[in-house]
Design a protein around this ligand. Sequence first.
Ligand SMILES: [Zn+2]
Length: 270
Amino acid sequence: MAGNKAEFGVIGGSGLYSLFENPKELDIDTKYGKPSDKVSLGTINGRNVAFIPRHGRNHTIPPHMINYRANLAAFDSLGVKRIISITAVGSLRMDFVPGDMAFPSQFINLSNGRKETYFDAEPVTHVSTAFPYCPEMRKNAINVGTYDNIKYHENATLVVINGPRFSTMAESKLFNSMGADIINMTQYPEITLAKELAMCYLSIAVVTDYDAGIEADQRIPPVSLEDVNKRFEANMHKVKLMLSDIIKDTAQERSCDCGKSLDNAQMHKS
Ligand SMILES: [Zn+2]
């Protein structure tokens, strides 16, 4: 492992393997177990980037079975300080149209039964997640979205459900009434584990469908897996362009407070 370092950790679909020209593949084991797959290490615009396919390279791991702790711990072992998460999301509103991108600014967690912390024992740790997404990286993403001419939503609340099934119409309506704009199954606990490791976290969400359909318009059919895959893959070229530009425009030193997320978050024996 000596010498293997990365600044950025990208987690996304296996369509992102072509990010690097000649990636190095690392078989990393962590104290939490194995990550979803081997970690690819390569460079984008001269910066070292590590990549993990969230569901494994052949998409064999369902959302509730992903070893989120191992994925983030593997990045941590490479020195990664910034996570860029690429994810497919369903839309809960008419104005979030399939094909649009969104940079989530808040999440609501409704998943359950997942290993969601690195701190099951001492020191008892309570990280703040009031503003869970890195403000510096979100600002960069918004700038890049503008000059890359991408249709994006600057703010979005993402509700995370456990899955693996899709929502009922009543659930979809409820999530919207709770203030959620988009929905997926994987953002949590990935994002809060990153926080526990004092990493920055940016999410690039690709809208692929209208979840259970929008009640006001019965012509919109509910989501199917085929739609999700088709739309997600069709948007991968935009995602790759954005990723490359975001990485290029991100300063080496962090100006955000993400690195301080454990300060004053831990109980110490007096
Ligand atoms: Zn940050």
